[in-house]
Every structure is written in structure tokens, then in C-alpha cells.
Unconditional design. Structure first.
Length: 46
């Protein structure tokens, strides 16, 4: 795949990821997931 084609694919992938994150934020999906997994997942402290 040429450089231009790869760059276009990267732009489209990043755009789709941005849209998915915006939809998750708008629908408060991330807040719900945090509440559901908050008691199960322990993040290592720095």
C-alpha cells in the first residue's frame, strides 16, 4: 500500500475511533462501565 493510501486509512481509523469515543461519552457508557468494573478491577498504584 502506498504512503498516501496508508495515511488515508489511518485518518479513517482515527476518525472512527473518535466517533466511537464521542458516542460513548455522550451516552455516559464510560461512566456506567466504570461503575460496573470499579469494584472488580484494581489499577496498580504508581
Amino acid at each position: 500500500m502506498g504512503d498516501f493510501a496508508q495515511r488515508m486509512v489511518d485518518i479513517l481509523i482515527h476518525g472512527a475511533l473518535n466517533l466511537a469515543m464521542a458516542m460513548g461519552y455522550k451516552s455516559q457508557l464510560f461512566n456506567i462501565l466504570e461503575e460496573l468494573t470499579g469494584s472488580f478491577v484494581e489499577l496498580p498504584s504508581s
